[in-house]
Each structure stands twice: as structure tokens, then as C-alpha cells.
Design a protein around this ligand. Sequence first.
Ligand SMILES: [Zn+2]
Length: 169
Amino acid sequence: MPELVFTRRFSMGHRLIHGASESCALPHGHNELVTVRLNATTPARLDGLGNMAISFQQAKGTWHRFVDEKLDHALQLAQDDPLLDWFLVHEPARARRIVVTPGDPTTELMACLLMAKINAFLKHEGGVLHCTELSLQETPTNTVCFSGAPEDFIPQTDFSRTPWWQRPI
Ligand SMILES: [Zn+2]
């Protein structure tokens, strides 16, 4: 069936404190590309008129706004990272812009979280499309590809409210 594939670029900062490697433990950044592959939830023949399940522009709108406004130039930190506490105490307004993750914000985890997020958006917008594959290119030589059900791979959390990747806003 025809699939829609979009790519968006963003810059991010993070650090990995739980032992991935010492070179990842100080805050640093990457210019990343996130690519999503969208399929019709109920496959159907093109209608001979508009010939699309949904327009590219409509399908991309919410997702690209999220990437541009929430991911681009944001800092990603593990929920137990002491830097997060520092921001909460000293720069609480900026702390709200930190992307908090259950454990280290690795590319593997972010691919799962972003897949959950785009599917929360798509479901909220009527569920005409859903994302079947997401790839996150951290560097030109390192990419993580995810397909499947992200909730089966995302760590269990004790976040008190619905975590950001499950919210369609
Ligand atoms: Zn890194």
C-alpha cells in the first residue's frame, strides 16, 4: 500500500549517566534526523478523485510542530539526572523545556518514545494513519530504526501523571 515517509531535522543536547561510556556523560549535542513511515490504519483503494488517505500537509503538521517546538534545541535528561534538579531549583522556567526520559535518553529509547508520541497524535486526530516505522539518525553513521509496539519496549515508569510520550498534545 502507499506509505508516507517524512524526515525532519533537529538539534538536541543530552548526556548519558548510567554507564554507556564516559564520553557520553558530559552534556553534548547532535544534529539528528527523525524519519517516520505512515500507513493507513484501514487500507483502502484510492478513490479515483483525491487519491490520498490524507494530505501530506495534514499528516505532517502536528508532528513537525512538535519536533520544531519541543525537540529542537531541547535538552534530554534521565528522570534521575541531578542536572534536572539543578534546573528545577535555579531555572524552573527552562526546566519545563527539558525532555525527561525513564533512564538515559539514548537514541534507542528516544526512537521508542517518539514512535509512541506520533501515534498518540495520529490517534487523537482520527486514527486515519499510524506510524509503522521510525528511524532516528544520531550521526551520519549511527541510526536506530524502530518498528513494532513501543509500549512493549519503553521502561516502566513511576511518573505521577501520564508521561509526555502518551499525551496527544
Ligand atoms: Zn550523544
